[in-house]
Design a binder for this molecule. Structure first.
Ligand code: ATP
Ligand code: MG
Length: 425
């Protein structure tokens, strides 16, 4: 027998039932981003490997062990993008779009990381990302965070998602801190686990976000980056915090929030939830003032964030999206009536441009069709039967309440349905 081929591990399908939530998330997010002046870019999924090693950092989890890298038929080393910022920066530089300060862009699509698949962690996952270039002022840091908070509100998720922020300072402050932290970690070597001992040498800041509970207690005693900041960096951070407070946004300063990529500087933040188990970060980002220069262009500040769509969809699925249920499911007594029923439904679609109206095309007994009407979750079932049709009438059954079945003139159906729809929305 021919073997059935399955999807690649960690790269799941999104089925229609879930896609409703994806669409809702995307439409809500995109409408909001537009209101803040972000313009769309569509970026390739494959880039030269060097783009990522250079910007993400050679000794990060992503570059060391998570990238899908291969030589193509010309022998060029290419990688599936593990994140969006590197490609966005490349695109902006390449097309001279950084000449206009204040350019804001967004993008959406799949990212690829060879991680261990588990709840909230996949090998292909999707992000909605935003980046703002050429703005050094702390106002944009705050605006990005306020914008994301507005999105959680729009999605009904604000109560479930909490903000953590920190400042990584500038390059030299980070460098000094790196040394200080490394010295401190060396003094406490005997208490570190294997992973942290390795990171202590290669990328000591990453020790700070160890998930090991025993270590977390020890790390609470470590010197902090905030103590290391000069007055300009400290003022920038204080301004961001003050603007968040003024906007009524709760935040928690977290000395151990360092993020997994090397390019960040100054403000970094994560939005986290307790409702998804271990993988609780739904949106993460920060400032990257050195990244554009690192790619050989004129120094240009930048800041952005990326939302993990799977994790947000998982939160949305905990609520129901009542609006997605069809308004009407049309069943016909016998197949000869379907053409007339179709014309009637089309007239209703003219009158209700936003409602979902379904016509049963599978036929069979009334019982079988009503079963499908029920399964569709429709609010109403329309029954087109021969005798009534001759009188120019149709019957409507209320599927979600005990209201009695009613008969009405077919001509009045579109107007009557519009009234029903309005009362539901
Ligand atoms: P984590 O700490 O969960 O590994 P990260 O710091 O590697 O996250 P980022 O690179 O900041 O993640 O990506 C931003 C967001 O993208 C994350 O907050 C998360 O919502 C989502 N994300 C990252 N990796 C994955 C993955 N493997 N599967 C699903 N979503 C992911
Ligand atoms: Mg990760």
């Amino acid at each position: 027998m021919t073997e059935i081929i399955r999807n690649v591990r960690g790269m799941p399908d999104v089925l229609p039932e879930q896609a409703v939530y994806w669409r809702h998330l995307e439409q809500t997010a995109l409408a909001l981003l537009q209101r803040y002046g972000y313009a769309e870019v569509r970026l390739p999924l494959l880039e030269s490997t060097e783009l990522f090693t250079r910007s993400i950092g050679a000794v990060t989890d992503i570059v060391e062990k998570e990238m899908y890298t291969f030589a193509d038929r010309n022998g060029d080393s290419l990688s599936l993008r593990p994140e969006g910022t590197a490609g966005a920066v490349r695109c902006m530089i390449q097309h001279g779009l950084l000449h206009t300060p204040g350019t804001k862009i967004w993008y959406q699509g799949p990212m690829f990381r060879h991680e261990r698949p588990q709840r909230g962690r996949q090998r292909q996952f999707s992000q909605i990302g935003v980046e703002a270039f050429g703005i050094a002022d702390a106002g944009i840091d705050a605006e990005l965070i306020i914008m994301s908070h507005r999105l959680w509100q729009r999605l009904g998720l604000a109560a479930k998602i909490k903000l953590k922020i920190n400042s990584l300072g500038n390059r030299s402050e980070r460098q000094q801190y790196r040394q200080q932290l490394q010295d401190w970690l060396r003094q406490h070597q005997q208490q570190l686990d294997e992973d942290s001992l390795r990171r202590m040498e290669t990328n000591p800041l990453r020790v700070l976000d160890s998930k090991n509970p025993a270590l977390q207690q020890l790390l609470a005693e470590a010197p902090t980056l905030l103590q290391q900041l000069g007055s300009a960096s400290r003022a920038h951070y204080d301004q961001v915090c003050a603007m968040l407070s003024a906007s009524g946004i709760d935040y928690q300063h977290d000395d151990r929030l360092v993020r997994g990529l090397d390019y960040y500087s100054h403000t970094v933040f994560e939005w986290q939830t307790d409702e998804l188990g271990a993988q609780g970060t739904v949106c993460a980002g920060g400032r990257y003032d050195d990244l554009v220069e690192l790619h050989g262009a004129r120094p240009t500040p930048g800041i952005g964030f990326a939302m993990g769509q799977e994790r947000l969809v998982a939160l949305l699925e905990q609520q129901s999206l009542a609006a997605s249920a069809p308004l009407l499911y049309v069943v016909v007594q016998d197949a000869s009536l379907r053409a007339a029923a179709m014309q009637l439904v089309e007239r209703c679609r003219d009158a209700l441009p936003d409602a979902t109206l379904l016509l049963d095309h599978l036929g069979g007994s009334m019982k079988a069709q009503m079963k499908r009407a029920n399964r569709s979750g429709a609010v109403l079932a329309l029954i087109v039967a021969a005798e009534e049709q001759q009188r120019g009438e149709v019957s409507v059954r209320h599927m979600q309440s005990d209201a009695a079945q009613q008969t009405l003139p077919a001509d009045e159906l579109p107007g009557w349905l519009a009234g029903q729809y309005a009362s539901l929305h």
